[in-house]
Structures are given as structure tokens and as C-alpha cells.
Write a protein that binds this ligand. Structure first.
Ligand code: IFM
Length: 409
């Protein structure tokens, strides 16, 4: 299965999950308060990035997605750290020097402590604050960066942090969630416009600005009308509504898709709560699962990709991966999902790249370090890196731009 010419192959990380010692971030403050495993030194990627990028190069990746830690760049309101920005300049140059396309996320779940303390994403000022930070970063890094993701997984962020109370600031308020939803959308649009203005002003080649959107396959667990209706409603609300807004506001040069699993719909009644949330608990449609219990459903990636055709912009798989202690399972996961990416391309979806989540094992938020998502295994005691077999096999695909599926799958 040949992939298009110039296809981007690589992996993704985020600053807080790999760098270590991000002690100006709201998550850092929250971990001990919530009794969570501390992120601590994480993978020590902040100091070991050159070593990591040598591994990336050795695995034939031609693209790499990483995020900038806002709390390092702006540790106090309006005070920008030269040291932090110089660090990221070096990081981006280290990728370029190895012939790897850097793809940069500006917000990946964490906020500076001062920002969170003054109302975070509920405070209307969040938009101008975020855009000011983006402007600073883009001016500093823009000469070497073409692809920007403004915000990672807005829907995951606002639901976990403001509706379900699972992440800082642990709110459980529908109204606050809706405010944050609106603010994140507006922040994206404003940042999109500002980034384009900066590139134009400085006479740089046009950037590509998008979002990394968490999408789930949604399937009704049987053919009953209520389930089919609930599935269609959820697909619209969870997957497409945000993109519809951003597309209407002409702020998507590409769509980044983060895909992991399926949402199996079973609504017992027409009550709105059931329509929106209830999932099937029966043992029909059983799927194999990752180590966090998420069902593995490769066909779902095809389903979500096809649903993006209507936006008529390039699509980049910005995350797709599995946490497992069985590396064979990881390899099967990668192959089966790539088969579906290939099918989507054949069906006319303009997919331009595939980034595996994650380059290395890392800090999986409220779950701590237990889930192992990495192509590269991390020994957290010594920070020793071991390249997994699945990573080497994936590296062959990246090199050949071609997937040859193992027949036993
Ligand atoms: O680790 C996360 C990442 O930060 C955002 N997308 C999903 C990944 C796996 O849960």
C-alpha cells in the first residue's frame, strides 16, 4: 500500500508529558493536591532532546510534533523568558538539522500558574493572553516552523477540566464548560489570524495553522431508532461541531485528527443525558482493548476521516497510538490503523501524514506513568531509552512510504 508522495511520517509528544520539571504549570501544583503521581523529571526530554531526535532520525521519521510549554515561556504574566524561548529555538533547529519537519502545538492541556489563578479559560481575558503568548512564540520560532497546532484536543480539555472535574481546575459546571468551549474556539480563531498576519508582515512563506482535534468513532450498538439517532447526535456534537465553527470562521488550513477508540452508543431512553452519554455495557461487539481498557477499533479511523471530506482541507493524523505492555499488539495496532488511513486516501480524503502517539513512554496525565504508549521505552529510574521492535518496523514503513501488512492480521 503506497502512500502519497511527501507523506509526513513521525510521532508526537507534548512538553509537560516528556520534558520534566515543569514547575510553573497548573498541573504541577495540582498533582500533590489531588494525590496524583507527580510528573517529576518525566523523560528528561528537556535536556535529552538531541539524543531523542537522533533516535527519531534513525527511525526514518520526516516529521515530529511537539508542544511549547507556555508556563516556561511566560512564567509570570507579561514576563517572557529568553532562556525558555532560546531552548525551543534550539529544539526546532535540532529537528531541522536532521531533516525533520517540526510541527508545533502551542497549548497542550497545561497553563501557567498565574493564568490558572486568574480564572484560566473562564476569564474572558484568556483569549488576549493566549494570543499574546502565541505571538511571542511565533515571532521567535516562525522562520523554522511551517505547521502550527493552536490547541490540542479542546473537547477533551474542557470536558475533563470543567465538566467532569477530573483535571485541574476540577470544575463540574455545565455553564463554565460552555464558556471555556466558546473561549477556546475564539482563541483558536484569533491565534490563527495573528499567526498569518505575522508571517505576512515578516515576509515568510505562508504557514499552515490548524488544531489537533480528538475524534471518536461513534457507532450505534444495534439498529434501534433511538440508538441511531443518539449516534448521529454524538458524532455531530463531539466530532464535527467544533470543526464546523472553525471552518465557518475560515481558520483551518488543515485538520489534525487524534484518534484512539470507539464510542458504542446504547441509549435506553430519549432523555437527553442518555442520548448524549450512555454507552453499551453488554458483551456483544467486544473489542480487544489497550492497557487502559479503551476498545481498539481501526475501522473507526476510516469512519472519522471520511467524515472530514466536507471541509475540503488537508488532514493530518496528529495522534494515533496504543498503551500496552505487549509490543506485538502495538505493531498490529499501527498496521491495522494505517490500512484504514490508506483506504481513506483511496476514498478521496486528503491525508498528508501520520504521527504515532507517542514517540516515547510518558506521563499520561491523571494515570501517571503506568500506561506505555511509546515507540521508545523509557526506564524512568535511569532515563535510559530502548527502541521497541514496533518502532523499528514502523520505521521501515516510514522509509519505504509503503505498508506491507502481515498476513496473520
Ligand atoms: O497522552 C494523551 C495526549 O496528551 C493527548 N491525546 C491523547 C493521549 C493519550 O491519552
Amino acid at each position: 500500500m503506497e502512500f502519497p508522495k511527501n507523506f509526513y511520517w513521525g510521532a508526537a509528544t507534548s512538553s509537560y508529558q516528556v520534558e520534566g520539571c515543569n514547575n510553573n504549570a497548573d498541573w504541577w501544583q495540582w498533582e500533590p493536591r489531588a494525590g496524583k503521581e507527580p510528573s517529576g523529571d518525566a523523560c528528561r526530554h528537556y535536556e535529552l532532546y538531541e539524543t531523542d531526535f537522533d533516535l527519531v532520525k534513525g527511525l526514518n521519521h520526516n516529521a515530529h510534533r511537539l508542544s511549547i510549554e507556555w508556563s516556561r515561556i511566560e512564567p509570570q504574566e507579561g514576563l517572557f523568558s529568553d532562556e525558555a524561548v532560546n531552548h525551543y529555538v534550539k529544539v526546532i533547529k535540532a529537528l531541522r538539522a536532521r531533516g525533520i519537519e517540526p510541527m508545533v502545538t502551542l497549548h497542550h492541556f497545561t497553563n501557567p500558574i498565574w493564568f490558572a489563578a486568574s480564572g484560566g479559560w473562564v476569564n474572558k481575558r484568556c483569549i488576549s493572553r493566549f494570543v499574546r503568548y502565541c505571538e511571542f512564540v511565533v515571532r521567535a520560532l516562525g522562520t523554522d516552523v511551517r505547521y502550527w497546532f493552536t490547541i490540542n484536543e479542546p473537547t477533551v480539555y474542557f470536558s475533563h477540566a470543567y465538566l467532569w472535574g477530573m483535571w485541574p481546575p476540577q470544575k463540574r459546571s455545565f455553564l463554565q464548560m460552555m464558556t471555556v468551549y466558546r473561549h477556546l474556539n475564539e482563541a483558536h480563531v484569533k491565534a490563527y489570524q495573528r499567526i498569518h498576519q505575522i508571517y505576512q508582515e515578516l515576509n515568510w512563506k505562508k504557514p499552515a495553522v490548524g488544531i489537533a482535534h480528538h475524534m471518536q468513532a461513534v457507532a450505534a450498538c444495534d439498529t434501534r431508532l433511538v440508538n441511531r439517532f443518539a449516534a448521529a447526535l454524538r458524532a455531530q456534537l463531539y466530532n464535527l461541531q467544533l470543526l464546523d465553527y472553525l471552518a465557518r470562521n475560515k481558520s483551518l488550513d488543515f485538520i489534525g485528527v487524534n484518534y484512539y477508540s470507539r464510542h458504542l452508543v446504547h441509549a435506553h431512553s430519549w432523555w437527553i443525558g442518555d442520548l448524549l452519554m450512555e454507552t453499551c455495557k453488554d458483551n456483544h461487539h467486544l473489542l480487544r482493548t489497550n492497557s487502559l481498557g479503551w476498545g481498539i477499533y481501526p475501522e473507526g479511523l476510516l469512519q472519522v476521516l471520511v467524515s472530514l471530506k466536507k471541509y475540503n482541507v488537508p488532514v493530518l493524523i496528529s495522534e494515533n497510538g496504543i498503551c500496552t505492555d505487549d509490543d506485538n499488539q502495538r505493531w498490529e495496532f499501527i498496521q491495522s490503523h494505517l490500512e484504514n488511513v490508506h483506504l481513506a486516501i483511496q476514498q478521496g480524503v486528503p491525508v498528508i501524514g501520520y504521527l504515532y502517539w507517542s514517540l516515547m513512554d510518558n506521563f499520561e496525565w491523571a494515570y501517571g506513568f503506568r500506561p506505555r504508549f511509546g515507540l521508545i521505552e523509557i526506564d524512568y529510574k535511569t532515563a535510559h531509552r530502548t527502541v521497541r521492535e514496533s518502532a523499528k518496523k514502523f520505521g521501515e514503513i516510514c522509509k519505504k512510504n509503503n505498508l506491507c501488512v502481515d498476513r496473520h492480521l
